[in-house]
Design a protein around this ligand. Sequence first.
Ligand code: F3S
Length: 289
Amino acid sequence: MEILRAEKMGFCFGVKKAVETCYEISKKETEGNKYILGMVVHNKDVVKEVEKIGFITIDEDDILAGKDPLKKGDIIIIRAHGTTAQIVDRLKEKQVKIYDATCIFVDKIKEILIEREELGDEIIFIGDKEHPEVKGIISFGKRVNVFKNLEELKESKLSSSKRYSVLTQTTLNKSKFLEIKEYLEKHYSNAQIFDRICGATSERQEATKKLAKICDIIVVIGDLKSSNSKKLLEVALAENPKSYLVQNEKELDLSIFSKDMKIGIAAGASTPEDIIKKIENKIRGNFNV
Ligand code: F3S
């Protein structure tokens, strides 16, 4: 038996930083209740860990509806996806202590958006407007047109006399971005395109695909509800029908393996290293590898 890990797997830079911020703050802040805005990461086990060190997950809708328990002096961490301008205003009004763990890649897009609007541009934003990251970024703008994809963009009536800046969600698929870029360059010389896509998601998908081609079986480690873990399973299944999504070591069924197999392990950007290690060790322990 051989166990191979995907070349890129597990926590991305932004998620790692947000989880570390929770641990730092739990040690540093001894007064006031501690909250985290939304799930720190789409992984139940990580959320439980963060709750164990004293954090309570709080919902943005509750804050907007005035149904939150926040009091002056409480601590709140903004997760890696960031949040909206309205929420930031509410938090300031409530005089809570804000620790902003928004990923720097998300923040950068927000900065460009503000800067370009100040210079007079209108914004074209490509992404899913229901996604928290997109909701957050576009809330800081005043003239933002959101399109889900190239098809939606083509249906819109853009003006040839306005100046546009084009921004995207960090996780937009690179080939889709290139199609959009090509279309805009061909039809709108008045649009300036900013490529701020974060490679973490696509790198994990590419690495999983590569591994699935050379292994007998693939274990994708991640929360069953995490969209990036489910996507990795899809990528693995397309190459190898023996691909499984496993949440943690307790749920790992060892009967799917046999002694002569080459096993591939992959994990999405929301899966922490210690869950990956526990699964790997359980396989190694059982088969003596
Ligand atoms: Fe940041 Fe990219 Fe992760 S934008 S939160 S490093 S997926």
